[in-house]
Write a protein of this length. Structure first.
Lengths: 107, 534
C-alpha cells in the first residue's frame, strides 16, 4: 500500500523502520506483513519510528502488539520511537501499550 | 451451357448480381451478404468454388471470410500471406489473374489442390484504390475465362468491396461508441467533500475519439483525477484509450507521485502501443483537499476558479506520452481553497476550425463557474460549444471542493468497508480545520470517530456490507458526533480487538451507545480541554 511508506535502514543487527502516512484498518495488515519481512534472523533489535505517522488507531496498535510478541519469541528487542505530541505516541499512551511495544521515553 | 456464357447474357447476369447486393445490403450481415454473392457468382460463371478473402492489414495476411464449394476454408480460417500463392499474388499486384492449369506451387492453400481445382480466376477487392481483399473462383474442369467474365467478376468484387467497407465502418463506429460508452464512467464516485461532474461529447456525426476522463478514490483518502486524449479517431483510438485508462489506474494504486505514474504509463505505451501518442493530465488531491499534485503529459492546462473566472493552473507541462526518449516528468503541487472549482478538458472543447487555440483558451478563461460542479460543467459547455458543431470529440470534468462552514454540520454516508475510513478521516480533517479545532481536539475526534467507524466496518454487517453514517456538529464547548450503522451488533472476535472501545472512552468526554433492531448508534461528545491532555 503506497499511502503508508516504509523506509528501512539496516545497521548491522539493528533494523530501523520509519513509517510515513496513516495507519488504519485499511492497511494495518499490510503494514504487519511488511514489518515481518524486514526482520532478518540476524536482527537483534528493531526500531519502528512512528514520528511521521499522522494517524494510528487500534488496528495499527494490534499490529504493533503482535509484532512485539513475535519478536520477543525470537529474543529480538522492539523499540518504538514517537516524539512527544505525535498522534502515535498519544494513542500508545492512552491504551497503556507503552511498555508492551517498547515506547522510547519522550525527549 | 454455351448460351449462358455468351457476352450478351453477361450484362443481364451482372444486373442480377447488382440486384443481390443492393437489396441484400440493407438487411444482411457482411458474411451472409458475401455468401449470397458467392452463390450467385458460382451459378452465373458456372464454376465449382467461389471464395472471398479479406486483408488483415495488421498482419498483411488474407483471411478467408466467405466461401462456397470449399466451405472448410472458412472453418479452418485459412490465412494467406500477401504476395504468396494465387490469392496473395492477386492482392499484391492489385489486378486480376488467371491460372488455367493449377500446379501445387501456384497456390498456398492446400484445400484447393485437395479439392481438385484445375482453373482459377481471381480479382482484387478495391476500396479507394487500396486492396482490401480478393475474390476468386475455381473450376474442377479445365477452362478458359473470357475477358467479359473477368470483367463481370471484377464488377462483383467492386460491389462486395463496397459492402464490406460500409459494414466495416459501421461496425467500427458502433464498437468505438460502445467501448467509449463502457469506459467513460457513467456515474462518478461519491466522495465526501468533493462535488464532481463530467460530460463526454462525441464529435458531430457521433464519431468518437480517444478522449477520456476518470475519477477514483485512492487508499487513505486521496482522490485521483484524470483527463486524457489519445491521438486519432474511431475504434483504434478508443481501444488504446481503454488500455491507458486501466494501466493508469493500476499504476495509481502503486505510486502516489503523479509524475511517476505518467512516467510508467509512458514506458508502457512505448513498449506495447508503439506509434500511439496521448496527452494526459493526472492530478491527485490530498485527503484534506487543501492541495492537488498535478503532472501533465503535453495536455492543456487545467483551469481553476474561486468566485471568479477560470484561470490556468500554474503547472509544469512535460511532453506527451509515446513520443519516445527518456523524459524526466515533473509534478507541481498547487494549493486549493474550499469552494475551488477545478476544470479539466480536452482540446475538442476549446478548438474551433479556422481559429488559433489561444482564442478558445481565452474564451474558457472568461467563464465564471456555477455554484455546483454540475452547473459549472453546463456553463463551460454552453459558453464554449453552445453555438458550434464540435469538429472533434470533447470531454469536460469539473471537480469542486465543498466550501465548509464552521456552523454547518458534517454529514457523511459511506459503505462500511475499510477503504472508507480514510475518506471519512479526510472529510473530518477538513471539517475540523474549518471549525477551528485545536490539535488535541482534532486528534481525539479523529480517533474516537475512527474507532467507532472501525467497529461498524468490522462488526455491523455480514459480507454484503451496508452503510456507515457519520454526523458531526459544533457546540459551544466543542464537538458532538454520531456514528451509526444499520446492522446487528456482535461482539468483537479475535485477540486485541477490544482496544477500540477503550480508546473511544478516553478520547470522548461522553459516550452513549444505543443498540437497537435497526442498528447501533454511538453518540460522542468532545469538549475542548485547556491543557490538551487526556
Amino acid at each position: 500500500v503506497n499511502e503508508l511508506r516504509l523506509s528501512v535502514r539496516t545497521e548491522g543487527a539493528l533494523v530501523r523502520v520509519s513509517a510515513h502516512g496513516d495507519v488504519d484498518l485499511g492497511n494495518a495488515d499490510a503494514l504487519g506483513r511488511q514489518l515481518d519481512e524486514v526482520v532478518a534472523n540476524a536482527t537483534s533489535e528493531v526500531v519502528v519510528d512512528l514520528g511521521d505517522v499522522g494517524y494510528l488507531d487500534s488496528a495499527g496498535l494490534r499490529v504493533l502488539a503482535g509484532l512485539a510478541s513475535r519478536l520477543r519469541q525470537h529474543q529480538i528487542t522492539l523499540r518504538v520511537a514517537a516524539p512527544d505530541g505525535t498522534p502515535a505516541r498519544r494513542v500508545i499512551e492512552l491504551t497503556g501499550l507503552a511498555p508492551v511495544v517498547g515506547l522510547e521515553p519522550a525527549r | 451451357m454455351d448460351d449462358r456464357r455468351s457476352p450478351n447474357d453477361l450484362t443481364e447476369r451482372l444486373r442480377r448480381i447488382e440486384a443481390v447486393t443492393d437489396t441484400a445490403l440493407s438487411h444482411l450481415g457482411t458474411e451472409d451478404l458475401l455468401l449470397e454473392l458467392l452463390e450467385r457468382v458460382r451459378e452465373l460463371l458456372d464454376v465449382d468454388t467461389a471464395t472471398i478473402l479479406l486483408l488483415d492489414p495488421r498482419e498483411d495476411t488474407l483471411v478467408v471470410t466467405a466461401a462456397v464449394g470449399i466451405e472448410e476454408e472458412v472453418r479452418q480460417g485459412v490465412r494467406i500471406p500477401l504476395g504468396v500463392g494465387f490469392a496473395g499474388r492477386v492482392a499484391a499486384d492489385a489486378r486480376s489473374a488467371v491460372v488455367e492449369h493449377v500446379a501445387r506451387h501456384d497456390v498456398a492453400n492446400p484445400l484447393l489442390i485437395e479439392g481438385g481445382i484445375e482453373s482459377l480466376l481471381g480479382v482484387p477487392l478495391l476500396e479507394s484504390g487500396n486492396v482490401i481483399g480478393v475474390l476468386h473462383v475455381g473450376s474442377v474442369a479445365q477452362r478458359t475465362f473470357l475477358p467479359e467474365e473477368v470483367e463481370l467478376l471484377q464488377r462483383v468484387a467492386d460491389r462486395a468491396a463496397l459492402a464490406v467497407d460500409a459494414q466495416r465502418s459501421e461496425v467500427d463506429r458502433a464498437a468505438a461508441a460502445g467501448l467509449q460508452h463502457s469506459l467513460i464512467p457513467g456515474r462518478l464516485p461519491v466522495i465526501p467533500g468533493l462535488d464532481v461532474a463530467a460530460r463526454y461529447l462525441p464529435a458531430s456525426g457521433g464519431a468518437v475519439g480517444g478522449d477520456w476522463y476518470d475519477v477514483f478514490t485512492l487508499p487513505l483518502g486521496r482522490v485521483g483525477v484524470v483527463i486524457g486524449d489519445v491521438a486519432g479517431r474511431g475504434l483504434e483510438a478508443a481501444v488504446v484509450m481503454g488500455r491507458l485508462r486501466s494501466a493508469l489506474r493500476a499504476y495509481a494504486l502503486e505510486w502516489s507521485d503523479p509524475a511517476e505514474v505518467l512516467g510508467r504509463l509512458d514506458r508502457k505505451i512505448q513498449h506495447f502501443e508503439i506509434g500511439q501518442m496521448a496527452t494526459v493530465v493526472y492530478a491527485v488531491l490530498e485527503p484534506s483537499f487543501g492541495s492537488v499534485a498535478v503532472s501533465s503529459a503535453g495536455h492543456l492546462l487545467p483551469m481553476a476558479a474561486v468566485d471568479g473566472p477560470l484561470r490556468p493552473l500554474d503547472v509544469l507541462v512535460d511532453p506527451p506520452l509515446g513520443v519516445g526518449a527518456e523524459i524526466t516528468r515533473r509534478t507541481t503541487v498547487v494549493d486549493l481553497v474550499p469552494g475551488e472549482v477545478l476544470t479539466f478538458y480536452t482540446d475538442g472543447l476549446v478548438e474551433r476550425r479556422g481559429e488559433i487555440l489561444d482564442e478558445g483558451l481565452e474564451r474558457l478563461a472568461r467563464v465564471v463557474p456555477g455554484d455546483t460542479a454540475e452547473e459549472s460543467c453546463a456553463t463551460v459547455i454552453s459558453a464554449l460549444l453552445g453555438h458550434v458543431d464540435p469538429g472533434d470529440d470533447a470531454a469536460v470534468l469539473v471537480v469542486r471542493t465543498n466550501p465548509v462552514g464552521a456552523d454547518a454540520p458534517l454529514q457523511v454516508e459511506l459503505p462500511a468497508k475499510p477503504s472508507s475510513l480514510a475518506l471519512l478521516r479526510g472529510a473530518l480533517r477538513r471539517w475540523l480545520s474549518t471549525a477551528g479545532a485545536d490539535p488535541d481536539l482534532e486528534m481525539r475526534v479523529l480517533l474516537a470517530i475512527g474507532e467507532a467507524a472501525t467497529n461498524a466496518v468490522e462488526h455491523a454487517y455480514g459480507p454484503a456490507g451496508g452503510p456507515l453514517e457519520v454526523e458531526v456538529w459544533s457546540h459551544p464547548d466543542g464537538v458532538e458526533a454520531r456514528v451509526r450503522d444499520h446492522g446487528s451488533w456482535r461482539e468483537a472476535r479475535g485477540q486485541g480487538r477490544g482496544r477500540g472501545l477503550s480508546i473511544i472512552e478516553q478520547c470522548a468526554d461522553r459516550v452513549e451507545v444505543g443498540r437497537g433492531p435497526d442498528g447501533t448508534s454511538v453518540r460522542l461528545r468532545f469538549e475542548v480541554r485547556s491543557e490538551g491532555v487526556a
